[in-house]
Design a binder for this molecule. Structure first.
Ligand code: MRU
Ligand code: ZN
Length: 222
């Protein structure tokens, strides 16, 4: 059974590195970059990168995400029982990868603006972003005049139930808005994704910065 990363028998991808080794390196890099920004305090956050249609590399539970070793990354088959030591929030990753084959990476952090703004926005059930040039860093957004919809969910320790609510909401159209590549958990943090690791990293950085803009803006507007 696949457990921690065994970087031996995977097929090679361009550059001579296996898909598994590349995904593990991507997870480690994402954790390190987020820790440098103080987005994953006290072991919080979890990170995953798709290896292929059936398997992901994902952080194990309770480890410092800023100092990940290859042995801190689990090779989790999709649609199968979670491996021992899995992230408490692993199902928020596996369920979304299974639902969306185009996703290549999912990153979750406890960044300050996301964690605070999510509480202010919970009553509306979503955060609407508009008027910011930086929103063009999000996939599908071409103008500051667009409205971006970021779903906001109540935090829940029942991750299966939460995952069900997330998938149900993401399946709904965002109306006249563009669906953000991510969502907020109130008082908890943000999940962001992308087709590639760099898309997911850019989305995470753009969203957290937009949340900080929005928090400042709200201080000056009624
Ligand atoms: C250390 S508090 C944060 C956790 O409860 C959780 O929200 C989190 O992001 C990390 O959980 P983990 O099980 O390490 O993936
Ligand atoms: Zn968390």
């Amino acid at each position: 059974m696949a457990q921690t990363s065994s970087l031996k028998s995977e097929p090679l991808v361009a550059g001579g590195e296996s898909a598994e080794a590349k995904a593990v390196a991507g997870v480690i890099a994402a954790g390190r970059a987020s820790a440098a920004r103080h987005w994953v305090p006290a072991t919080s956050g979890n990170f995953s990168v798709r290896i292929n249609a059936r398997t992901i590399a994902i952080t194990r539970s309770g480890v410092d995400k800023g100092n990940l070793l290859a042995s801190d990354i689990l090779i989790q088959p999709l649609g199968e029982k979670l491996l021992p030591g899995s992230s408490a929030e692993a199902e928020l990753h596996t369920a979304l990868y299974s639902e969306r084959p185009e996703l290549g990476a999912i990153f979750h952090v406890h960044s300050p603006a996301a964690t605070v703004l999510s509480r202010l926005a919970l009553a509306e059930g979503s955060l609407r972003l508009t008027g910011w040039e930086l929103q063009k860093a999000l996939v599908g957004v071409r103008t500051h005049e667009a409205t971006v919809d970021v779903p906001v969910f109540a935090n829940d320790q029942d991750i299966s139930a939460l995952s069900g609510r997330v998938l149900a909401r993401l399946a709904q159209p965002a109306g006249d808005a563009i669906a953000a590549p991510g969502y907020l958990l109130a008082g908890h943090g943000v999940y962001a994704w992308g087709a590639t690791e760099s898309d997911a990293a850019r989305h995470l950085e753009a969203l957290e910065t937009l949340f900080a803009f929005e928090l400042s803006y709200r201080r000056f507007t009624p």
